[in-house]
Write a protein that binds this ligand. Sequence first.
Ligand code: ADP
Length: 388
Amino acid sequence: MIKKEKSFIIEQQDKKLKDQLAKIKHKILVMSGKGGVGKSTIAVNVAVGLSLQDFMVGLLDVDLHGPNVPKMLGARDLKLSRKPDGRMGAIKYSPNLKFLSIEPLLPSEDTAIIWRGPIKHSAIRQFIGDIDWEELDYLIIDAPPGTGDEPLTVAKTIPDAYTLIVTTPQEVSLIDVKKAIKFCQKIKLRILGIVENMSGFICPHCGKPVDIFKKGGGQKLADELGIRFLGRIPIDPRIVDTGDLGKPLIAAYPESITAKAFDELIRNIIIATEIMKKDVLEEKYMRVAIPISSPFELETSIEKFELFAIYDIENNKILVKDVVKKQQNQELINFLKEQVVTHILLFDPPKELADFLSQNEIKVLISDTFSESPDRLIEEYLKEKQIR
Ligand code: ADP
């Protein structure tokens, strides 16, 4: 294919993706440090629970190696629909819930698929951009365990996604969660909070909670790392049965203690997503880029903008600092978008540059006092902001 044609197709794809993402209010990537902690179970029950509360919900299974969602929903026979305009629509599970998984597109259940990074990347982009999801309040994305290509692609494709991290109370699982949190910070995914699954036990005979296992590790970790704790779900044998039978527990046993635990988790998720959205609007959360020539020195000449210090700031406090290099031929604006930067802090920038960035939804903060180092510049800015 000629180069020009190829870039035209990518441009068209980007536009479709952007248009679709603009129609989805909150995007949540459900992640876990390792497999088997109940990530898909949480994703499915949260999606079904939100849809039962009249939200419009999409559930996307990006576990290209072992898709579980259709089985858990009991919806393996449902097919993709074609829209009047020729586009494919996500599979309709109920009036408020649509889902999509790689499974219906595979020839047989046992097909082992080996995907390389770039193929995964384009498959996930197509799952979102080429499929008509229509307007959604929530898109819940079930990622495979660990910190591989899929979450990375989601982060690049949906820069405003939040992650919901699922853990179990055991030490080993908590160590993996720490890794997952570090990974999220590195790839610039904001963390919505932690859920502790398999926390306590619901007796199959009397249906009451029994504390035979350790619990509370997820909460402790969340407190330690300053991350929201969103809830705990007990071990309940009915989760396995309902998962196998294709009727998620939250719908099959709505009055059970476990369903109530899901309800509380969902309430906390709704509150947390609203707070996170508001924080961006009210600038309580910002991701600020500062052009630098070295980690300790500012760069003021636009032609040399290549290295950036990027700060995650919440309530005027710096949470994480990262130093990132822009590729030589990459447009500044594309780089900033890819890094999910909300603001850029510049010392005395030319008006055209400031206007151009503002038009492209990057807020420009202008410092009129020169500081040698980016850390000083941001600290001074935050101090002044507090006084104002
Ligand atoms: P993951 O997506 O993390 O690999 P799954 O959601 O597939 O994990 O869950 C793994 C197994 O554990 C499934 O058989 C599921 O039914 C079961 N399971 C998950 N959460 C619970 C729970 N709270 N109580 C009992 N069984 C559970």
